[in-house]
Design a protein around this ligand. Structure first.
Ligand SMILES: [Zn+2]
Length: 467
């Protein structure tokens, strides 16, 4: 049996969160009553003219720069023709042979070293409307009684990103997508939420004997709306293809839907030939020519790439923690919080995330004081303080002053003093008058104004009185 290597490429759609749509002034975004955010332009009425959204063009250039792409000095909008109810005009305005962004590289560090994933292109287009199938199982068209169309989504700006088939495992594909999502969120151009469909990804999957550089027949995987489902879908399809080749069969070029509930793959349609969309340059739209000064200004606004940040943090924290911090956007808080690096990383990554606190709302210096004090104060008091770390006027000092003293090195001399001051009671306790423990605890509490951690005091007293 041959040893097989997965070959995976991704096609990603990102819905930009511009205030208005791509080619008209209709408001963009979710939540409105169906078909209330439409106009003659996005409904494709005859005689209307599209006007490109400048913000959408700038944001696409910015994303292209973050993906290491070359920015076209002269990009074109094309019409992509197909007939479907979600497309009022009968064509979608998209980009074809001269996209805004092309030939990029995106760094994805892994536990076994770095990988650079090629970006074929990132282009700007308009989204189709939303079909709502009524009466079928699970909102699918099969078995539906009828279909409604909501044109609110029609015409909203969408960036399509196509990668080279450079990904070599389901895990790597997931890792790439997580860093890509973080990049998009940091650029502030989209919420990029898979569950809401503002970030969607399809995968092209094939396998080949390890060491070969041929590309075998690939299949397309759709309908995966979380990072985990994408990884599981790719894994299931890779396993299926290996089984086909190993049993002497041939993989057929098809599109599959992945069903996360059952881990099953079902065929969507067979592609006998490439679909013919009759692309033609849109005669209603002039070429897009981003000026060099604009491109340079946007380049300066792009934050340090997540991959580079992981590589920078890895020596102090190890790969897993470094990746976790960066992929969740918590590394900025980590970097502005003083203190022992691993302790800070753990608190930021685990406890603070567990408490559901927005890392950008936290003052690093205040958090640093908490982290520094975490072994001196009782755990409950530490967690209580941490739960408020995102409050606008949070001061660690206030919580630390109120917190009980749990630090043994601080309490031990006090316990010793109390025992030395009451030798008769100590002797009585040692002869069996165990009820005196409460008396000693009371004495320690008196000397610490009630701030001593009772559990630690009890342990210390028992230890010393049994010695
Ligand atoms: Zn409109």
């Amino acid at each position: 049996m041959a040893e097989w290597e997965p070959v995976v490429g991704l096609e990603i759609h990102v819905q930009l969160k511009t205030r208005t749509k791509m080619f008209c002034r209709c408001e963009s975004g979710f939540g409105a009553e169906p078909n209330t955010r439409t106009c003659p332009v996005c409904l494709g009425h005859p005689g209307t003219l599209p006007v490109p959204n400048a913000a959408a063009v700038e944001w696409t250039v910015k994303l292209g720069l973050a993906l290491g792409c070359e920015i076209a000095g002269h990009a074109l909008f094309h019409r992509k023709h197909y007939s479907y109810p979600d497309l009022a005009k009968g064509y979608q305005i998209s980009q074809y042979d001269v996209p805004l962004c092309a030939n990029g590289r995106f760094l994805v560090p892994g536990p076994d070293g770095d990988r650079e994933i090629g970006i074929v292109r990132a282009h700007l287009e308009e989204d189709a409307a939303k079909n709502v199938h009524v009466g079928g199982a699970g909102g699918r068209i099969g078995g539906a009684a009828h279909t409604l169309v909501d044109y609110n989504r029609g015409g909203t700006p969408l960036v399509e990103i196509v990668t080279q088939p450079d990904l070599r495992s389901a895990d790597e594909a997931k890792r790439f997508l997580q860093l890509l999502r973080q990049t998009i969120v940091e650029l502030g151009i989209s919420d990029a939420e898979m569950e809401k469909g503002t970030l969607r990804a399809d995968a092209n999957v094939s396998v080949r004997p390890r060491g070969a550089d041929e590309l075998r027949t690939r299949t397309e995987l759709k309908n995966m709306n979380s990072f985990t489902y994408i990884a599981r879908g790719i894994e299931a399809e890779v396993a299926r293809q290996i089984e086909v080749w190993d049993s002497g069969g041939k993989v057929v070029q098809q599109t599959y839907d992945y069903h996360p509930e059952t881990d099953a793959l079902t065929v969507r349609r067979t592609k006998e030939e490439a679909e013919d969309y009759r692309y033609l340059p849109d005669p209603d739209l002039v070429p897009v020519e981003p000026p060099a000064e604009l491109v340079e200004r946007l380049r300066a606004e792009v934050p340090e790439a997540p991959g580079a940040r992981i590589r920078r943090l890895e020596p102090q924290l190890g790969f897993e923690l470094a990746e976790g911090l960066v992929a969740s956007g918590r590394d900025r808080l980590y970097e502005r919080t003083p203190g022992e690096r691993r302790a800070v990383a753990n608190v930021v990554m685990n406890q603070l995330a567990g408490a559901g606190i927005d890392p950008d709302a936290v003052d690093g210096d205040e958090l640093g004081q908490l982290v520094e004090a975490r072994d001196r104060i009782p755990r409950a008091a530490f967690l209580e303080a941490l739960a408020h770390a995102g409050d606008p006027d949070f001061r660690a000092e206030r919580y630390l002053a109120e917190a009980a003293v749990a630090d043994v090195s601080e309490l031990e001399p006090i316990v010793d003093d109390v025992l030395a001051a009451h030798p008769d009671e100590a002797a009585a306790y040692r002869r069996g008058k165990q009820g005196l423990l409460g008396f000693f605890v009371g004495q320690v509490m008196k000397r610490t104004q009630g701030k001593a951690d009772a559990k630690v005091v009890n342990e210390l007293l028992r230890e010393k009185l049994s010695a």
